[in-house]
Write a protein that binds this ligand. Sequence first.
Ligand SMILES: Nc1ncnc2c1ncn2[C@@H]1O[C@H](COP(=O)(O)OP(=O)(O)OP(=O)(O)O)[C@@H](O)[C@H]1O
Ligand SMILES: [Mg+2]
Length: 251
Amino acid sequence: MIVAIANQKGGVGKTTTAINLAAALALRGQRTLLVDLDPQANSTMSFLDLQQVSRSVYDAIVEGAVPLRDVILPSPVANLSVAPARIALAKLEAKLVGELDAHFRLKDRLEPLLTEFPHVVIDCPPTLGLLTVNALVAATHLLIPIQSSYFALEGTDDLLETIEKVRARPNPALQILGVVITMHDKRTALARDIRGQIQKVFGGKVFKTVITKSVRLEESPAYRESIFTFAPESTGATEYYRLCEEVMDRA
Ligand SMILES: Nc1ncnc2c1ncn2[C@@H]1O[C@H](COP(=O)(O)OP(=O)(O)OP(=O)(O)O)[C@@H](O)[C@H]1O
Ligand SMILES: [Mg+2]
């Protein structure tokens, strides 16, 4: 399973979902690769010291001289490796302009690693540009985090349009694995209303597991830990573990 975590809306919980889903898969004994495709490098920093990252996915995708395998680093989590991002990724778009295989770079670089890593989780940047398209072309599945907020569904039309374009040509096999509602506040009527709206649009695609708002989930990256070691008894840990089970069932 290669699952892209995408939504061009910023700050909706893509990275939090990517790191904790990847950690949950690893915890279940599955060899997992977390690919950070966001120049902000938040996924990378959630597990690694950026000072110790000399090469990134950029070097494997753009220059082509370095095999992706050579930029991958082990994480502190057993069974979890990271293909790190660096700010250089922001230059990718400009570098690949005019290249015929611009959309296929990540797919091609990942292919030789798939026996080693049966599960790949790709954290996307908050855009629908070339980086996200590379993720959607490489992915078997797409997971969309949607923040439980008043403007939750704003922009989903553009996302769905991009998915359809990718399905029309480069990757007809791409499946929407599901939509996960994040940063939910069970106490408010507004949040319940928003959940209803999201369900109206995405129906059965919405995961039963909802990720509630939790300070623990916000804190754990600063300690370079997933929620499962940082706060194993927290609701965030329980919810992301359940989400992982749903993901495994659907995939
Ligand atoms: N369930 C949650 N409860 C509380 N805070 C959360 C939760 N999920 C994410 N956050 C926090 O909200 C902020 C945005 O989350 P995150 O970085 O995961 O979103 P993102 O979609 O990856 O953002 P970007 O679009 O910038 O990449 C972060 O500070 C994160 O710690
Ligand atoms: Mg992010």
